[in-house]
Ligand binder design. Structure first.
Ligand code: ADP
Ligand code: X2W
Length: 303
């Protein structure tokens, strides 16, 4: 079987494969033993082939000695179930307004359906994953989010988003235990308050805080755009905090991109080496970012 495959490769193909493998070597050496947090957005989970490719990339990272940690979203999947029970989704500044009934659905979809689907995909690809919500091992301690309107004339008003939370602390104990035993943690962004109540937290915010708490080398945010685009739709390949402020002010960054950029910046300012916004609709986007010289998407650094 193997000999037959080798014979079918022409010289150019064989050369290309060898170059790709050779290019990957320094990255494998550099990132071996390092933690890489990958946020898998609900919009990036579009088709079965892409999902399988994602799981294979994660398993490959683990096999070459990196420690991938997956934090997933599931916004569109929550929206689908809300629709089926006749409820409308409402977002304010990228956050889902979450009443008690919506919170139940969020917990079911994220902690049940989406989390277990990703764990299963990783197993199908030959890896070993354990799914967690923020309640498992007290992983994500949360408080109610206090978000102000971003319009200057209403900046002093706090928006009541219901059961939407922000991360108060990440308890890394359970993650350290899983990573040291070579499991890949898969985290659903549901937090728990001091009173035991559940909070719906934007998955980007959780990914950023998990990356900070684990002193991660990289934070990768997979979404449904090629990266951060300017007003003309051109990809911005590199960004720092100064440029980001200007892009928020002039409205280039809006909606779901606001928490994404915010958490990426905070993460790099708090010790994560680099953050990347990449296109989860591209096959093997994770592998391309980690193992190639060019990388893909938008790179965010502190300076
Ligand atoms: N400057 C920008 N560049 C690219 N996308 C942007 C920008 N500003 C806002 N967006 C929006 O942010 C969306 C990504 O955020 P979101 O829908 O929350 O994704 P995810 O579900 O992957 O977290 C894009 O699809 C786009 O509509
Ligand atoms: C507060 C808030 O908005 N929570 C998100 C949690 C899921 C999420 O972030 O999913 P994506 O990454 O796929 O967007 C929500 O309810 O949609």
């Amino acid at each position: 079987m193997r000999a037959q495959k080798t014979m079918n490769l022409n010289k150019d193909q064989a050369h290309n494969i060898a170059s790709v493998l050779a290019e990957a070597l320094p990255y494998i050496q550099r990132f071996s033993g390092k933690t890489i947090v990958v946020k898998y957005g609900g919009n990036a989970m579009t088709d079965t082939e892409l999902q399988r490719g994602f799981a294979r990339d994660i398993v490959l990272m683990k096999l070459v000695g990196m420690n991938p940690v997956v934090v997933h979203g599931g916004g569109p999947q929550i929206g689908d179930l809300l629709n089926r029970v006749g409820k409308q989704s409402e977002f304010i500044q990228g956050m889902r307004v979450t009443d008690t009934e919506t919170m139940d659905i969020v917990e079911m979809v994220l902690g049940g359906q989406v989390n277990k689907q990703i764990v299963n995909l990783i197993h199908q690809a030959g890896g070993n994953a354990v799914g967690l919500t923020g309640k498992d091992g007290n992983l994500i301690k949360a408080t109610k989010m206090q978000m102000a309107f971003d319009a200057p004339e209403r900046a002093s008003e706090i928006i009541d988003l219901g059961h939407v939370g922000e991360v108060k602390a990440i308890n890394t104990k359970v993650l350290d235990m899983l990573i040291s035993d070579d499991f890949i943690p898969v985290i659903a962004p549901v937090g728990v308050g001091d009173d035991g109540h559940s909070y719906n937290i934007n998955a980007d915010l959780v990914a950023g805080k998990v990356a900070e708490a684990l002193n991660a080398e990289k934070l990768m945010l997979l979404t449904n755009t090629p990266g951060l685009l300017n007003k003309e739709g051109v990809l911005l390949t590199g960004l720092n905090s100064k440029t980001v402020d200007e892009l928020i002010e002039d409205g280039t960054i809006y909606g779901g991109m606001l928490p994404k950029i915010g958490c990426a910046l905070e993460a790099v300012q708090n010790g994560v080496h680099s953050a990347h916004i990449i296109d989860g609709r591209v096959e093997h986007a994770v592998m391309l970012e980690v193992f190639t010289d060019e990388g893909v998407g938008t790179l965010i650094t502190a300076e």
